[in-house]
Design a protein. Structure first.
Lengths: 523, 138
């Protein structure tokens, strides 16, 4: 007989953190006396739940009611519970010897169940599967905390973090939790000193230990607890920003962070309402694999990215940033909770600062690098993990030609956009559909600052751009990627919004393979 | 008494009540189907004794005819019990003993025996009852 163990795959996959778990975590932290990361807490909760389940099983055998196992012997008058009958209970009313030539001696009990139902059951049978229904299988991964964490750790961590966050008396710093009431008070004087020290260090970043040393923070308490308390005090003070990648706590003076880190550049601000539309998936699948757009709800690329080549769009070129899609975010340093993470870009031995701005989904720090290397919108930028943790190697492939015929953006005095194909000097390899040369950055900046095109529907902007691009093509058709790259020169929107707009323009028809044209009016 | 005309989908099984009503020597007939060990056991004791059969899932005890129990649960499962050289009725009889007398229709029996389903239906679905094999109507 198969008895479904309560702690099965579904149980762990759908685990909800109960108040009893929170109480358990609280007591666990009190006992440990030092902050604990989520993972050991998950491990402890899993062990606790398994242990409670085992206790529950044992407790069911206590008291007057006995669990019926065929191996046991019973007396008349015994009250039994039958796991094989959904826990029904009954009283033994008769006892006799059993007869079966194929078996060793055994007894048969007559049991009166509820509603006077009488049944006979075998007793003294050592070899019966029912004897083992409550056994915990040694090799069941659902009773092995390490295996459970391997299978469900990510999900369980997120669930626990969410549940603990809702508890005001528990605080998390750099992935570790501790009861707020047990923290050491940090005097504001120490925070003022930390501010001065970070200012001296050009804003930072400095690790907590280093800061503690410099502000001469000491207390008659565990060093880890003191560090945790100091971290919390820094975190709750808006002057400081925790910018370390996961596992490392580094502090930066918020006011000294680059402006484009503290505030999202105007070029990256979304200009359209995005609602996921499954009907657009088939179009998005046709976009080239170098298209990464942080605004896109539906990931165009889903492969794990150890190395990625990105077709740079105008907004990111102008802001000196890269998109941080879900796929790319696996490559860049991440953090437990810090909204901004500082790391290093590396290019041929040169190292310069980079910032992951998690909430706004972009990576900042490439403005100078783009200028220095004559990168243009549409250039193909490669990024990969560096040798050292927290390092990202950035690069590009040099173009074979020195000059190329490229779409060049001309801005009229009325802020209108015109494209002309002109021969332009080129340095980096580029995406032919997306390469654009900007001759007057200031004029385009003016369009963004004055939000010239934001007041009109996206269909109108897309139609304008399509109208201009079609002039460059003798066949009168334009690829959606060209339109996407060109529209983003004047307003920010993801590929799906472009496709949606194109499909909504009555005069435009889809030719397949992401090509669009105006309908033939004579047809 | 109502008569039904069996079709290829009509289930059949051994009706042991039919045996009791129509052949007083039916237990002797069944002894021939026992394996050597059980034939010896039952020749030494009362072959009508009831056995306490223990349910493999719930351990609930039901008293069953000892001879039929051993025949269907042990002897019919021994190697060589099924014999394709036997006449069709003999083969079908053994099939039901071996499967614990679970009802099967002519199509299913045809798959097991390799004989035509229509031939099977004509053989066991007529007026004459062979070895207690009769249509089983729930």
């Amino acid at each position: 007989m198969q008895i479904n163990h309560k702690l099965n795959e579904t149980y762990w996959a759908n685990l909800k953190v109960e108040k009893s778990d929170i109480d358990f975590v609280y007591n666990f932290l009190l006992e440990k006396e030092i902050p604990q990361p989520t993972k050991p807490l998950i491990h402890a909760i899993i062990e606790n739940r398994i242990s409670l389940e085992k206790e529950k099983r044992l407790s069911s055998e206590k008291g007057d009611v006995k669990i019926y196992f065929p191996k046991d012997r019973f007396e008349i008058g015994d009250v039994l519970r039958f796991p094989s009958l959904d826990g029904k209970e009954g009283t033994v009313t008769q006892l006799r010897e059993g007869f079966n030539p194929d078996m060793d001696s055994f007894s048969v009990i007559t049991v009166e169940l509820m509603e006077n139902e009488m049944k006979e059951f075998a007793t003294g049978v050592a070899d019966h599967p029912l004897n083992h229904i409550f056994d915990l299988p040694d090799d069941d991964p659902n009773y092995d905390p390490n295996q459970i964490i391997r299978n469900h750790g990510e999900n369980l961590s997120a669930t626990l973090d969410q549940a603990l966050s809702a508890n005001d008396d528990l605080v998390m710093i750099a992935g570790s939790w501790f009861p707020r009431s047990l923290l050491i008070d940090i005097h504001v004087g120490h925070l003022n000193l930390a501010e001065a020290i970070l200012e001296e260090a050009n804003g930072g970043p400095l690790g907590t230990s280093e800061l503690m040393k410099q502000v001469e923070l000491e207390a008659n308490a565990d060093k880890k607890l003191l560090e945790f308390s100091f971290n919390l005090a820094l975190q709750e003070d808006p002057r400081f920003d925790e910018v370390g990648p996961a596992g490392e706590t580094l502090w930066f003076l918020h006011i000294m962070e680059p402006e484009s880190v503290r505030k999202t550049p105007i070029f990256l601000k979304n200009s359209v309402e995005i609602t996921p539309d499954p009907a657009l998936d088939e179009y998005l699948e046709l976009f080239e694999s170098t298209i990464y757009d942080e605004l896109e709800k539906q990931e165009i690329q889903t492969d794990s990215a150890e190395k990625a080549v990105i077709s740079l769009t105008y907004p990111h070129w102008r802001a000196g940033t890269l998109p941080l899609t879900k796929t790319l975010s696996r490559m860049f340093p991440t953090a437990y909770e810090a909204p901004r993470v500082k790391f290093s870009f590396v290019d041929n031995g040169d190292t310069f600062a980079g910032w992951v701005v998690r909430a706004e989904k972009y990576v900042y720090g490439l403005e100078e690098w783009y200028q220095k290397n004559d990168i243009i919108p549409g250039s193909l930028i490669s990024v990969s993990k560096g040798k050292n943790p927290g390092e990202i190697v950035v690069g590009y492939k040099r173009s074979r030609q020195n000059k190329e015929w490229l779409k060049t953006i001309l801005v009229g005095s009325d802020n209108g956009i015109v494209f002309a194909t002109l021969k332009q000097p080129i340095n980096a390899d580029f995406n032919e559909r997306m390469a654009l040369v900007v001759t007057d950055v200031e004029a385009l900046d003016n369009i963004w600052k004055k939000k010239v095109y934001l007041s009109e529907p996206l269909t109108k902007t897309v139609n304008r751009i399509l109208h201009e691009l079609i002039k460059l093509n003798p066949q009168g058709q334009v690829h959606a990627q060209e339109i996407y790259a060109s529209v983003n020169v004047i307003r920010r929107c993801p590929p799906s919004s472009i496709i949606k707009a194109l499909n909504e323009i009555p005069d435009v028809e889809y030719l397949g393979d992401l090509y669009y044209r105006y309908k033939d009016k004579g047809a | 008494m109502s008569l039904i005309k069996p079709t290829l989908d009509t289930p059949f099984k051994i009706d042991f009540d039919w045996w009791q009503e129509n052949d007083s020597n039916w237990r002797i007939f069944l002894l021939d189907f026992l394996c050597d060990d059980h034939r010896e056991t039952f020749s030494e004791q009362d072959d009508t004794r009831m056995i306490d059969a223990i349910d493999p899932e719930t351990a609930e005890v039901t008293q069953v005819d000892g001879l039929l129990y051993e025949l269907t649960n042990h002897c019919a499962k021994q190697e060589g019990f099924m014999n394709t050289n036997l006449p069709l009725v003999g083969q079908i009889f053994r099939i039901f003993l071996a499967n614990g007398n679970q009802a099967l229709n002519a199509n299913q029996l045809a798959e097991i025996t390799g004989k035509a389903a229509k031939t099977i239906l004509v053989t066991i679905g007529g007026h004459r009852v062979y070895k207690g094999i009769r249509p089983f109507i729930n």
